[in-house]
Design a protein around this ligand. Sequence first.
Ligand code: SF4
Length: 423
Amino acid sequence: MLDDIAIVSNVFPFKTNSYVIEELINWDQPINDPIFNLVFPKKGMLLEHHYRMMKQGMDIFSAKELNNLSNSIRSELNPQPAGQKTLNTPILNGERLNGVQHKYKETVLFFPKNSQTCHAYCTFCFRWPQFVNMKDQKFASKEVDKLIEYLQIHPEVSDLLFTGGDPMVMKARVFEKYINPILEADIPHLRTIRIGSKSLSYWPSRYTTDKDADHMLQIFSTINQKHNLAFMAHFNHYQELQTQSLEEAVTNIRKTGTQIRTQSPILNHINADHRVWKKMWKMQVDLGMIPYYMFLVRDTGAQHYFGVTLLNAWRIFNRAYREVSGIARTVRGPSMSCTPGKILFSGPAKIGNEDVMVLKFIQGRDASWVNKPFFAKYNPNAIWIDDLEPVFEDSFFFEDQEIQFQEEDFATTFPVLDESVNY
Ligand code: SF4
């Protein structure tokens, strides 16, 4: 097992911490423990031929050659899924705004330069290129002034998401350097600041006993005086919700007026069981959090290891959803974050004599796509949108427009809007 960890971690980043090791993993049976499987690399996470190449390379290559091999394997694993690097980077004054993504009309993502790591790495994470030494694959920005300028001239943007890595790895005084200018800019259309973070799960003392925990909580309170602060917490298993430290952290964050919403992908070997989701959603509601998303594993990295078929994900979602009260049914899924948008699989159906799969956008590059049902040929093995084919037409309705997005400069996708118009 140690050999496998060494081989696989040459390709996928590996990092854990004392809290995860001591409080979250059940060491009686680590091989079957979901948290162990979340943080420790496994042989199956590499495709068979990649595993063989890396194993042989470790015996014969210099450090530099090994690094080249790792990078070449990484580049075969779709390191920037869903057009992140090319389609989503906005333009300001003729220049690409690196460290910013603007995919959906109302939401801008910001990758502060100081948040390009996490408290521990999740083995399935689609952000894995951020953590390895592939410079041209990283998003990051120190340029909060440019971000503000962009937000000011885009009145359609109501939400700003701080992401990373994990923005909560930043010290409070560093986070303040980003957030204070945004608060001072008084951008009237900016309603919600979101923070996407795994810290509640992997390092809850960030909000309890860390030296600057009170300072960070005070920043949250300040944000809530001007905006609505939504903490997008990432939990993959109910085992992450059972510690005293987590409970205290949730209480402290909620006292600042911050909403906590929860999300996770459905993952083979970790949580592909309706009982896990049912228990997780119930516990989240008991703690005062709002279940938000079940995602499907993205088409990157070790998707072959963690991926669950659309049909199985839907069955698991449905069974868990049926067994929780309406208060937990705020959750949406199973959903794919893919190039055209967030696509929800609503389930299989029969139309005439045809078995079909019913899908709809819950977010789209084009807002007019949202909530519009569309149909694919029944495919019980599909794990991603690319595995699906249209059933009644030659192409899905959004595909032609997608080609257009690829051909146009992104600035023309989100033009500067006329502020006199009430959006
Ligand atoms: S904490 Fe989030 S960003 Fe970091 S490795 Fe895990 S899933 Fe990825």
